[in-house]
Design a protein around this ligand. Structure first.
Ligand SMILES: [Zn+2]
Length: 138
């Protein structure tokens, strides 16, 4: 099935290591060399201590649902996917990611559990770009 949603530009804002990781099936996140904390979304400064001394490291791709919402209205390529579930994921590395959650029924939100284990997966959006999603594994 053709990918119809917006496709990010991996060259924009110098976050190419994140996108290269997604293409290779790895979650690459920036980690601060000063305070040691990881963050998402990628930024040029550490949001915790404002250092610009960052490195890219591979994260586990494991986490738990922090919270979620069922999206009944959306625009563009997302409109045809409604309803779908967005969620904040608490990574075991200590940062948080916003995602579209796979492996859940948006029409049965009572079955989605806060704290449920999730694992990252990647969907090819184009020859150059893959998008990270999270899937419930318990
Ligand atoms: Zn820092």
């Amino acid at each position: 099935m053709a990918y119809t949603k917006p496709i990010p530009d991996p060259e924009q804002y110098t976050f190419k290591p994140y996108w290269d990781g997604c293409k290779a099936g790895k979650l690459m996140l920036p980690r601060c060399l000063v305070c040691g904390r990881m963050h998402f979304y990628p930024r040029v400064l550490c949001p915790h201590c404002h250092s610009d001394q960052l490195e890219w490291v591979e994260a586990s791709g494991e986490g738990r649902i922090h919270t979620y919402a069922v999206q009944h209205r959306a625009f563009g390529g997302w409109a045809e996917e409604t309803p779908f579930v967005t969620a904040y994921i608490d990574l075991i590395e200590g940062t948080r990611m916003l995602t579209v959650l796979h492996g859940v029924d948006p029409l049965k939100p009572e079955e989605i559990k806060i704290g449920a284990k999730v694992k990252i997966e990647f969907e090819e959006a184009s020859d150059e770009v893959s998008i990270a999603y999270w899937r419930v594994v318990e």
